[in-house]
Design a protein around this ligand. Structure first.
Ligand code: DX5
Ligand code: ZN
Length: 249
């Protein structure tokens, strides 16, 4: 383990994004919180690209997790990979500067949880992080109409937010296709991330639909061999990429 860098915001801003086209983002929600630093490093050593950091407030969602001090603790522990903060909190803005100072790389939020979506997006950017908008399974893509050109990430929920280990909702596949097409038409490099119920046996479908960033909590942390699970996911992703008719962007 390399020694911790006290200047964690520098760590974040100088960070390179993963070179792979598809990123695998294990969600800390399924990690052992008593050994979080070790577990985050273990999934990165096993081939993950970034750490998905789920923040729940028992208000916007009926569950409670961790805040900026834990993100900062991961940076101080020595985690160098991008940290993908998924805010399931209301209100949103109060936490943005704190997560930026704690070393967050991406900060995504649910538009229903912010009174001023455009302001929140700009706040995230002003604090040196990459903004993302998160759309629940029943949330309309209309939210992207006046925001997409400001976003670095669109996160489509494939479960209702709040808990790990839920079943993937297949109707989200159509939304992934639509978002992928809209981003392609925009010519931007915005990531298409999907979160909830992703496993080795359905990741290919999600990638075929156009996702490039795959959150997996229970599928990775619940497996006995993280590296073997991530390898199996990558093999499925490669299969999806090679599928006939797959649109290359
Ligand atoms: C759910 C969280 C997810 C969750 C995913 O609200 O946003 O990131 O941890 O867990 P799995 O992969 O187990 O569905
Ligand atoms: Zn999440």
């Amino acid at each position: 383990m390399s020694p911790a860098d006290p200047d964690i915001t520098h760590t974040r801003s100088s960070q390179l994004l993963p070179a792979a086209r598809h990123w695998i983002a294990p969600s800390i929600l399924s990690a052992d919180f008593a050994r979080l630093g070790e577990q985050a490093q273990a999934v990165l050593d096993a081939g993950a690209d970034l750490i998905h950091f789920d923040v729940m407030d028992n208000h916007y969602v009926p569950n409670l997790t961790v805040g900026p001090v834990v993100c900062q603790a991961l940076r101080r522990y020595g985690i160098r990979a991008p940290i993908d903060v998924h805010l399931m909190v209301r209100p949103v803005d109060r936490l943005v500067p704190d997560f930026a100072a704690a070393g967050a790389s991406y900060i995504s939020f649910h538009p229903e949880a912010s009174d001023h979506v455009d302001r929140t997006i700009h706040l995230i950017r002003e604090h040196g992080c990459r903004p993302g908008l998160v759309l629940n399974p029943a949330t309309s893509l209309d939210w992207l109409d006046y925001t997409l050109d400001q976003l670095d990430l669109v996160l489509l929920m494939s479960v209702n937010p709040g808990f790990a280990g839920q079943q993937f909702i297949p109707s989200v596949l159509g939304k992934i296709r639509e978002v992928h097409a809209r981003i392609r038409a925009s010519g931007r490099e915005t990531r298409v991330e999907v979160d909830g119920g992703i496993k080795v046996d359905n990741v290919a479908q999600v990638v075929e639909a156009g996702a490039d960033t795959l959150v997996a909590g229970s599928a990775i942390f619940g497996s006995a061999d993280y590296a073997a699970t991530i390898r199996a996911m990558r093999a499925q992703i490669a299969r999806a990429e090679a599928a006939p008719g797959r649109s290359v962007r």
